[in-house]
Ligand binder design. Structure first.
Ligand code: NAD
Length: 357
């Protein structure tokens, strides 16, 4: 076995159907009295339910802010900060996907207030000390242990309403965390186990969710996989795939999970010659792939009926060169040397929606 270093990420997880009801007990355990509740406009109804639950336990919520948006724009955070201060909240509770959790992290790290997360997608942000924020069209990402939420409540019941298309793409977003963890510069045996188990759970459950969105067993398994893959993202460094997605999302305003979904097979295919052992392990947890992990991913994406071309997300062909320049400007540590011409061809193939080989 190769030598390694391992740092565990200190977070508390409460997992299971109906566990949303544990929020009052969790606030009590942490001696917190007045949470600020965060959501997107679309998930405001969840906040209203949460409010009733808290009130029935004599907990007075401090305020409600329902303007969370993708890529954590700082002007939205500024408005949330005004409410945080004026309401005298003593903690933040974010309920939603990565966008709402990003806002919770942004408020928590600015104020020092404890943060409880209740995720409703599979994106995995709740398990990471990473925050990406967007100001003036530029997304900047930072890592700080203070950003990691203190408690995460995973309640599968909240994911039952997640539309099939978002279930598929946010699930692939989670798989991407697991894939890149396997060839991270600081990979280690514990994270490898989590990554493979997380990918296995998601690769099996996502097609079942698309076939039957009300399949609670499949949704539970997907949430379990998302937790494991999110932990990988929070523990080890990411490489070419995440760099490409951050570049494309931040500079061309492409949607986060859909971009991850399109790029993943291409980024993996780029690195494949340098990571034969990882490719072999991946092939064991993907289905019907006959020992070929790229084939396994292509089959999985076909079953999920997701978009395969960046052009379908609105990216212009003339932006391919700019994207290649940005992607190679300050590359993340990657198993294969990042070369501009090859990266341009990777982005071109992803833009056109061609299968990765
Ligand atoms: P999202 O949070 O933007 O959610 C997409 C839409 O789905 C929103 O309108 C949301 O309200 C809705 N939604 C969420 N859950 C729902 C449910 N159960 N039922 C019905 N509707 C629901 O999408 P996402 O993919 O979870 O998050 C993307 C954001 O998260 C990006 O900004 C990305 O940068 C960030 N992210 C950060 C990290 C990190 O570690 N910092 C990791 C992953 C993603």
């Amino acid at each position: 076995m190769d030598s390694f270093e391992y740092n565990s990420v200190p977070s508390r997880v409460i997992f299971g159907s109906g566990k949303l009801k544990k929020l009052p007990a969790e606030l009590d355990r942490l001696k917190l009295l007045s949470p600020l509740l965060l959501s997107t406009p679309r998930q405001r109804g969840l906040i209203d339910n949460l409010k009733d639950n808290l009130e029935s336990h004599q907990i007075k919520w401090a305020g409600i802010f329902d303007e969370a948006a993708m890529h954590t724009p700082t002007d939205v955070t500024d408005r949330a900060m005004i409410m945080t201060k004026s309401s005298n909240a003593d903690c933040v509770v974010s309920i939603g996907g990565g966008s709402t959790i990003g806002l919770g992290k942004a408020v928590s790290v600015r104020t020092g207030l404890p943060h409880i997360c209740i995720p409703t997608t599979y994106a995995g942000s709740e398990m990471t000390p990473i925050l990406g924020e967007t100001a003036d069209g530029v997304k900047k990402t930072r890592t700080d242990p203070k950003i990691l939420p203190g408690t995460v409540i995973y309640d599968v019941d909240l994911t039952m309403t997640l539309p099939s298309s978002i279930s598929a793409t946010s699930g692939i977003n989670a798989i991407a965390h697991g894939v890149e963890a396997l060839y991270a510069i600081n990979a280690n045996p514990i994270i490898n186990l989590m990554a493979l188990e997380g990918i296995r759970a998601l690769a099996k459950s996502l097609p079942a969710i698309i076939a039957s969105p009300s399949d609670k067993t499949a949704r539970t398994s997907a949430q379990y996989g998302a937790w494991l893959c999110g932990t990988c993202l929070g523990s080890v460094g990411m490489a070419l795939h995440h760099k490409l997605c951050h570049t494309l999302g931040g500079s061309f305003n492409l949607p986060h999970a859909e971009t991850h979904t399109i790029i993943l097979p291409h980024a993996l295919s780029y690195n494949a010659p340098e990571i034969p052992a990882v490719m072999a392990k991946l092939a064991l947890v993907l289905h019907d792939c006959e020992g070929d992990a790229i084939r396994g991913l292509n089959i999985l994406l076909a079953r999920l009926k997701v978009k395969r071309g960046l052009k379908e997300l609105g990216m212009r062909e003339e932006d391919i060169d700019k994207a290649a320049d940005l992607a190679v400007a300050s590359p993340y540590r990657n198993p294969r040397k990042v070369e501009r011409d090859s990266i341009r061809e990777l982005i071109r193939r992803a833009w056109a929606g061609e299968d990765a080989k």
